[in-house]
Structures are given as C-alpha cells and as structure tokens.
Ligand binder design. Structure first.
Ligand code: ARG
Length: 460
C-alpha cells in the first residue's frame, strides 16, 4: 500500500511484530460499513462513477461472504483489517478498489470502525445485563418469604428477605448499565471519518451525510482531536471494569452462601466442579472465575490509561494497542454476565430453606435485639438509653449462653425494669423485617413493589 517510497521490505520479525490483523479482523463488519458510506460520498462528489460504486458494492458483498464462510485469506503482510479488505477489494474489482481510499486515512478509518464496534458491543453488554437481571428477579420472586441475615462487617446485622438482597444485585447492575446507553450521545457520538490523517479531508465529502449514514450524532468537531481521541474506549472499558467489580462482589456472596458454614444455597452441577482428589467437593468455580477475571478487566483499564498518557498529538502507532484491551475487557465481561445468569437460573440456584431457618433458630448473632431497642423507643425511652438497656440484655443472654427466644419475663426484669413482659411477643425476626416499611426497606410490600419496578425496567 505504501511501497512507493520504500526500496526494501519490512523485516519478517517487524511484520509479525507490527501486524494487528490477527486481532483487528474483528472490526471487519464496521470496516465495510464505513467504506460503503465513504464510497457513496465519493460517488456523490464525482470521484467514483456509478458503475464504480456498484462494483464496490459487489466486491464488498463477496468479501462479506468470504469472511462469513471463513474463506477469506487474512494476510499478515497486509498488516491490518483495513489493508486486507481494501487489497481484496482491488483484487476483485480493480481500479475502483484503488480509488476508495481517496482523501481517507487509516487514522480516521480505524477510529471510525472502532467507535462503531464499541457502540455495538455496548448494546450487547446492556442486553446481557438485562438477561442476568431477569434471572435474578426470578429468584427474588421465589425467595420473598425467605428471611436471611444481612451482614455488615460480615457479622450478622439485620434480618432481611433474601429477595431484598437479590434485588440489591439486580438494581445495582441495571442502574449502572444505563451509562451504556449514554455512550452514543457522549464520547461515541462524533464521527471520526473525514478527519483524514489529522487535518481533514481535501475533497468535498459531506461529513454530515457520513455521520448520518453511519449512525453518529455529530460530524467531527476537530480533525486532530478525532484521530487521536480514544475516550470512547476508555469509557467502555471503565464500564466493563465497573460491572466486573459488581459481579465480583455478587460472586463472592454466592461463594460464601454456598459454603457449609453458610449453606444458604447449593449451586447446581452446571456451574460447579468437583475435585480430582476429594470426592466430596463441589467447588463454585464459575463464581470464582468471575471474581478472578475482575482483576484482568480492571488491568485493561489501567493499560488503556497508560497507553494514552503523554501521547503526543495526533495519531501514533501506539494506538493500535488499544484494541486488545477493549476486545478482551468486553469479551470477559460479556462472558461473566452470561455465566452469572446461569448461576442465578432456577436450575442452578437452589435455596436451602431449612438450613437458613436453622441458622435463625440458633439465635446466633442476636439479631432480635433491634426489636427490643425499637420497642423501648415506642414506650418513650430515648433511643440512646434503649440502646444501652438492649446492650445489657444482649450481654445477659450471651453470658447465660441462651437465645433471645429463651428469654422469660424474669430474665427481662433482671436486666431492666423497663423491659416489660409484653416485649416477649415482639421479638420475632419477621416483625423486625416488617417494620422496615420505608420505600427501600425490606418489608414484604416494599420488596414486592421494588421487584415489580425492577421487572418493568427490564422491559424498557
Ligand atoms: N492498525 C492500525 C491501528 O490499529 C491502523 C492505523 C494505522 N495508521 C497508520 N498511520 N499507520 O491503529
């Protein structure tokens, strides 16, 4: 493509070193779309004849078939996806293929292809998040009456409905996924094509036509900015890193919940593995891998930042290194979202109700104590005093090695005279859960409302 000025060929090692076609061939669809829109402009301004434009369409049709059927011969010597496709086009249709690059540079071409690719994948990510959320919502529906301990500092804190915690996961992911919808209106809203190598296009192509036909909101604002800008990639990988961080926390909870110590759930065969030595083992590998892959995706964000840091205006070959980070970050995030949807499927997420009930019946963690403090407040005792009285009651129960459920009127009176016998009827965890009637609380009616809301978001 650029041999004119050179007498020698690149070293074999250099060829291998600098090629990107092994990974950027993933941009082929976008590359062809971009070229078709550009060719239409070249025809409109008289650089291509109608016949030549028709040839270009025909050529791309064949190339599309060749790529889709795996017959396309990708050549490392041709460096990247752009030159591979252009060279094949010229092989197929002759001179019209050679005219296609008039006024265009790979700098505006690659930025255009890559931005379109990122927008497409942003949609896939949003769909994958929605599918995961609907699995989570399904499990929430089934666990509305299952009360579990909620933890702070990983110590039993307050009883909640299992559905409440599941909705915490679903709403976290869904709310965070709204930012994917912003991408086409924000950092991926402007078309790079027509920015040329860095200073603009010498021919009278209409950047507005190009932007419209390629689904961008705006034409380029400044050609130098356009070819050097990778904010859209940073934003997308940041979102991947964020979703992975959320998934890693959810995965960690599921790993804990499926231990013998918690035993809240059993994960199905489809998302667990056995051990080669310990026949009794059921390992939560799916969740562990999701947790592990989070580091890798966060790493890609760091590599992108480091790649861009201090890079002089405008295009530099360093920018070729942006793709693998984005490809792997998005691949891994999509895979993890899909695997977590499996984890939360009806077949694989089995709730151990008796085990959970046994935990609650054991009285460990003294979660009933909050009932006492709340009840005292309703009797007119200032909360700080109620807190102190309740604290003394917990100490009493702990020292006697008993549970709140075993308390008698005499025990209460022994701790404080304000602890009346009626209190004994107020100690259930269910009652405590049902007092959380605020909008975001864990009372049944509120959880059902929020669940319905989450499900309605998924339909949007
Ligand atoms: N493969 C290159 C990349 O990914 C395409 C752009 C090359 N441009 C250039 N001037 N060498 O960035």
């Amino acid at each position: 493509m650029w041999q004119g000025r050179f007498s020698g060929k690149p070293d074999k090692l250099m060829q291998e070193f600098s090629q990107s076609v092994s990974f950027d061939q993933r941009l082929w669809r976008e590359d062809i779309l971009g070229s078709l829109a550009y060719a239409a402009e070249l025809q409109r301004i008289g650089i291509l004849t109608e016949k030549e434009l028709a040839d270009i369409h025909r050529g791309f049709k064949q190339i599309t078939e060749e790529i889709e059927s795996g017959k396309f011969d990708w050549k490392v010597e041709l460096e990247d996806v752009h030159m591979n496709i252009e060279s094949r086009l010229t092989e197929l249709i002759g001179d019209a293929g050679k005219k296609l690059h008039t006024g265009r540079s790979r700098n505006d071409q690659v930025a255009t292809d890559f931005k379109m690719w990122c927008k497409r994948v942003a949609k896939e990510l949003r769909d994958a998040i929605n599918s995961l959320c609907s699995q989570i919502a399904g499990r929430a529906e089934e666990t509305i009456d299952v009360i579990i301990p909620a933890y702070t500092h990983l110590q039993r804190a307050m009883p909640v409905r299992m559905a409440h915690q599941l909705i915490a996961y679903g709403s976290t992911l869904h709310i965070a996924s709204d930012q994917l919808l912003d991408l086409p209106y924000g950092s991926a809203s402007d078309l790079p094509l027509s920015a040329g190598a860095c200073s603009g296009n010498s021919f009278q192509v209409s950047e507005v036509h190009l932007a419209n036909s390629l689904g961008f909101l705006h034409p380029p604002f400044n050609s130098m900015r356009s070819v050097s800008d990778r904010d859209f990639a940073l934003d997308l990988v940041f979102l991947c890193a964020k979703y992975m961080t959320h998934l890693s926390r959810i995965a960690e909870d599921m790993i804990l919940w499926s231990t013998a110590e918690f035993g809240f759930i059993t994960l199905g065969d489809a998302v667990t593995t056995g051990s080669s030595i310990m026949p009794q083992k059921r390992n939560p590998d799916a969740c562990e891998l999701v947790r592990g892959k989070t580091g890798r995706v966060v790493g890609h964000l760091m590599s992108l930042f480091t790649l861009l840091k201090g890079l002089p205006m405008t295009y530099n070959r360093d920018l070729q290194e942006d793709k693998e980070a984005v490809f792997d970050a998005t691949d891994q995030t999509l895979a993890c979202l899909r695997v977590m949807a499996l984890v939360f499927s009806k077949e694989n997420f089995k709730v151990n109700r008796e085990r959970i009930q046994a935990h609650l019946d054991s009285g460990a963690g003294y979660m009933e104590a909050m009932n006492v403090a709340d009840w005292l407040v309703l009797q007119g005792v200032p909360f700080r005093d109620g807190h102190d009285i309740t604290g003394r009651l917990v100490k009493y129960v702990e020292q006697k090695g008993m549970r709140f459920a075993d308390l008698t009127a005499e025990d209460l009176a022994a701790v404080d005279k304000r602890l009346k016998p009626e209190l004994l009827n107020e100690l259930s965890l269910e009652a405590l859960v049902e007092r959380k009637q605020v909008y975001a609380g864990t009372a049944k009616a509120r959880v059902l409302e929020r669940l319905a809301e989450l499900k309605s978001w998924l339909k949007e």
